[in-house]
Structure formats: structure tokens, C-alpha cells
Design a protein around this ligand. Sequence first.
Ligand code: OGA
Ligand code: MN
Length: 211
Amino acid sequence: MMPAMTLPLEHPMLSALVDDLALRGWSQQALFLPAELTRELATECLRRSAEGELSPAGIGRGLGQEVRETIRGDQTQWLEAGEAPSCDQYLAVMDSLRLAINRGLFLGLEDFECHFALYPPGAFYRRHLDRFRDDDRRMVSAVLYLNEHWQHGQGGELRLFLDEHEVLDVPPVAGSLVVFLSGQVPHEVLPTHCERLSLTGWFRRRGNEPF
Ligand code: OGA
Ligand code: MN
């Protein structure tokens, strides 16, 4: 097993991410992780899918949650610590990012929750914000893409609505990480034409459990 990978808070990539977030509310880093770790995470996602561990994603939270494929068509499974070395490595890196964001933006982020997501061909996720009316703990969204062979024309881009006149389409290419302020950046996943894999997560501040 590889030693747990943490990043020094002064790491240039973390600094760039934190600066971008502070200045414009979003950031994208092309090669966030070593290629080998990204590949292991993709393999883990596919293994979970093959073993039937992913379930259709819901919308909303707690008892109000429902599955509606006209809004989102992905299948997900939450990550827990201690399940696989690659997942633990990812959680360790994201904890470094959490601390770096706290140091630069004073958001008081307390934890990071994330899930694998698999969008089968034809799936999409309509425009939304990553905050629930009954739960505003999510402060920063972070999506890592795991598609090694993605090519233009295959769809599944993440579209960020940065302001009324500016949209940004991010290709879901392996190793690319996108972060944005959960309450401020509406976004959607364009219909994908191939199987699309990602690890999607949220840094959260302290709050009262709604349920
Ligand atoms: C989400 C989401 C974006 C993506 O799961 O809330 O917006 O690119 N995902 O997978
Ligand atoms: Mn979202």
C-alpha cells in the first residue's frame, strides 16, 4: 500500500486553487492527481458498478429524496474511509485541500463527503445548485473526472454558469479537478454519449443535522 498522500498547504496547485476560488468562485486543475492514482480510482468505480454497488441518484435530501431520471440519470455510491487504499489516498489529498481553503478563505470547512458517480450513455444532470433549502452546509463542490479515453464529441461536459453571459464547459477528462462555490455557481452535466465516471464531493461547514 502506498503511504497516505498528503500535500503541503504551500503546494503551488493548492495555492492556485485557493486563489482562484477567492477571486472568481471556481477553479480547474488539469492534472490534480498522479495518473496512477486516477486510474486506480476509475478501476474502483468500475468494480463497484460491476458488483451492483451503485444506486440511482436521488434529488433533495433525507425523506424528501426521490429519483427522477428526467433531472439526473447518474448512479452513485458514497465513499467511506477504509474501503480501498486509492479512496483513502484521495480523501487524504482532499483533506489537505480543505485545510488550504480554510486558511485562505476562512470558510470553516469541517468535512468532505464524496461519491463515485457513473453516468450511463444518455444520462445528464439538469441545471442546479449544490445547496438544499433545508441544508446549507455544502460550501465548496469538487469534482474529479476519471475518464481516461474521453474525446471531444463524447459529451458529458460539466457546464458552469459563471454569470448571465458566461458559461464554461469542462470536459470530464481523467485527472481534471473542478471546484466551485456550491451556493453560487449553477451548473449542469450535458448528456453523455459514453459511460462517464467521476468522484463528486462537497466540503461542508458545521451545521445542524436536518434529519
Ligand atoms: C452533482 C454534479 C457534476 C459533474 O453531482 O451535483 O453537479 O460534473 N456533478 O459530475
Ligand atoms: Mn451539482
